[in-house]
Ligand binder design. Structure first.
Ligand code: B12
Ligand code: SF4
Length: 517
């Protein structure tokens, strides 16, 4: 059967992410004998025209849409996807099935919103093949696992079925995607999360039981991306890379044995991130450790359902630093029980442990099924019948709006760190904020930026570039300049490079003649 797969994601922040889930679905459909074409709208200048062209050329008998994000930090994204769904209905008679993590969080609500008739919640490798078979045989979708379908206006669904042996999964069919164009290619060493943090959707997306992938197969897959596609930067999309730790250690050992040219980042829990494990990650090519800390107050951690202490977080940051690894701390402020004292504890601890990077969110998006949704109903933040498709946010009743003042006050003193206010997102069609009259960029400043960024590890380049561009613009404005010059670029790189890495940044600047002495 001819199948057209479309990745809807157009988000470029904080990085552009390769559509790993859709590439796996493409691999499974090909293995089942289907003729697959794929279109990634991320790189599309004219999405509507490209969809029309792809339908005309490929004449699909089934279309699969991958929906990764419902919202970004600033925008509710579903209206744009609804337009794509409507366009497909107009130009193509084939059944359209939607899947992906954004869909799977709240399948029935999203299917209804998009006006589509079929969706697959959860893992797609087997379910997409079952769905294609049902389309080819003309049997109804009811026998497909994890399917959501609409009959006579009523949406029904069947139970999800997680894949037992992930090591036997077909490899992602990266040949269908411009894999070198993404900032980072996702790789996976397991699915599932056994923890129960109150706000989190991951255990419901991937299940609570961990399904581990053979470390040899994980390392071989990564090395083959390097050797066949020339890809050197990877992101472990595991919910928690270092749980269970023995498996992660084995993955690190296997990666270290595959030689140089592999650079990666991963989301980790601070629990058990000891000095030995930090060194294993470094030896395996890790360039950035993204620590899911959430808070540095024991009381706030307990309110979020976290199974570790502030001391564990401080140890993890120190161990990463001692091993020469860059660490980024993820924080979630304003959870159940958070008050001025717990916030203050977190801010004081941050000053003490001084992580290289901090990415904080003030306020928490409430997702259906997460324990936080129940708390939010009990505290009257949302109504019992709120279906939560439109983003709603939780803030501890002890803080309310104060949260944003306190977080804003602290993070203004740390412009090198990022804090987002999660309190609302724009809906499609809403006016974008007007661009401020920022200074422009001279050719020499642009060349200087390109030169210096080439010295930064590839994996963190997108983020480093954004930080340097923002800071150079601010400096030029402060200095009353109409154009950013190489001096602002130089100063921006110095100020935005985390402390332990500043000396090597200064060496690079000196090498390019941008720093005297
Ligand atoms: C790793 C990760 C990241 C990494 C990405 C690194 C990378 N290079 O990919 C980082 C930290 C950078 C990140 C950033 C963001 N992320 Co993120 N991320 C994840 C995470 C943990 C895993 C995603 C993943 O790759 N899974 C592995 C693949 C194999 O699974 P999959 O994509 O789900 O695909 C399977 C199925 O969904 C299905 N499927 C997929 N497509 C299709 C299509 C069809 C037709 C079918 C039938 C099936 C199907 O089959 C696949 C194989 O089984 C998920 C949570 C989770 N556990 O799913 C959140 C998640 C996807 N992220 C989310 C969000 C919001 C974001 C950000 C917008 C956050 C922000 N405000 O900045 C950004 C956007 C980044 C971008 N450019 O798009 C949300 C999306 C839903 C939502 N609320 O909108 C999730 C679900 C987390 C959540 N809040 O619940 N993310
Ligand atoms: S926040 Fe991390 S550790 Fe907690 S449940 Fe979610 S994925 Fe698991």
């Amino acid at each position: 059967m001819r199948i057209l797969l479309i990745s809807l994601n157009r988000e470029t922040e904080p990085f552009t992410a390769a559509p790993l889930g859709l590439a796996l679905v493409a691999g499974a459909l090909e293995r089942a004998g289907h003729e697959v074409r794929a279109l990634d709208l991320l790189f599309s200048g004219r999405p509507e025209d490209e969809i029309r062209e792809a339908v005309k050329l490929h004449r699909p008998e089934m279309v699969g849409l991958s929906l990764r994000n419902i919202e970004s930090s600033t925008e509710f994204l579903l209206p744009a996807y609804r337009d794509v769904a409507a366009l497909l209905k107009e130009v193509c008679a084939a059944p359209v099935v939607v899947g992906g993590p954004g869909f799977s969080i709240m399948p029935e609500q999203v299917l209804d919103y998009l006006g589509l008739d079929f969706g697959i919640a959860g893992e797609g490798e087997q379910a997409a093949v079952e769905f294609a078979r049902a389309v080819a045989d003309g049997t109804g979708p009811a026998a497909v696992s994890g399917v959501c379908y609409r009959t006579d206006g009523v949406i029904s669904s069947t139970p999800k079925n997680n894949i037992e042996d992930l090591s036997a999964n077909p490899a992602p069919a990266w040949g269908h995607f411009p894999v070198k164009e993404y900032d980072m290619v996702g790789v996976q060493s397991k699915r599932g999360c056994s923890f129960s943090c109150v706000y989190c959707t991951y255990p419901s997306l991937e299940g609570r039981r961990m399904r581990l992938i053979d470390p040899v197969a994980v390392a071989d897959g990564i090395a083959s991306l390097r050797d066949t596609h020339g890809i050197g930067s990877f992101y472990f999309v595991d919910n928690v890379f270092n749980n269970p730790k023995p498996h992660a250690e084995e993955v690190c050992r296997e990666l270290a044995a595959r030689g140089p040219g592999l650079e990666w980042a991963a989301l980790v829990t601070p629990a058990g991130l000891d000095a030995g494990f930090a060194r294993s990650m470094r030896d395996a090519g890790c360039a950035s450790v993204e620590i899911g800390a959430d808070s540095l107050s024991a009381r706030a951690l307990s309110g979020l359902g976290k199974p570790f202490s502030p001391e564990n977080v401080a140890d993890a940051v120190r161990n990463c630093r001692d091993a020469g690894l860059m660490s980024m701390l993820f924080l979630i402020l304003g959870g159940p029980g958070e008050d001025e004292d717990t916030l203050q504890e977190t801010f004081e601890a941050l000053d003490r442990i001084s992580p290289d990077k901090v990415f904080a969110v003030a306020g928490i998006r409430i997702y259906p099924g997460a324990p936080l949704a129940k708390t939010a109903v009990e505290e009257g933040v949302i109504g019992r019948d709120d279906n939560l498709l439109m983003p709603r946010f939780y803030v501890s009743e002890k803080l309310g709006e104060r949260l944003y003042d306190l977080a804003g006050g602290y993070f203004r003193k740390h412009p090198e760190w990022i804090c987002y206010e999660a309190r609302g997102v724009m809906s499609g069609g809403a006016a974008k904020p007007a661009a401020s009259a920022a200074p422009g960029w001279g050719r020499d400043a642009q060349d200087c930026l390109d030169l210096v960024i080439s010295e930064v590890p590839r994996l963190i380049r997108p983020m480093a570039k954004k930080a340097a561009v923002r800071k150079a613009g601010l400096l030029a404005a402060e200095r009353g300049l109409a154009l950013v010059t190489p001096a602002e670029v130089r100063d921006a790189f110095i100020s935005e490079t985390p402390g332990p890495f500043r000396a090597s940044m200064k060496n690079s600047l000196a090498k390019f003649g941008l720093l005297d002495g």
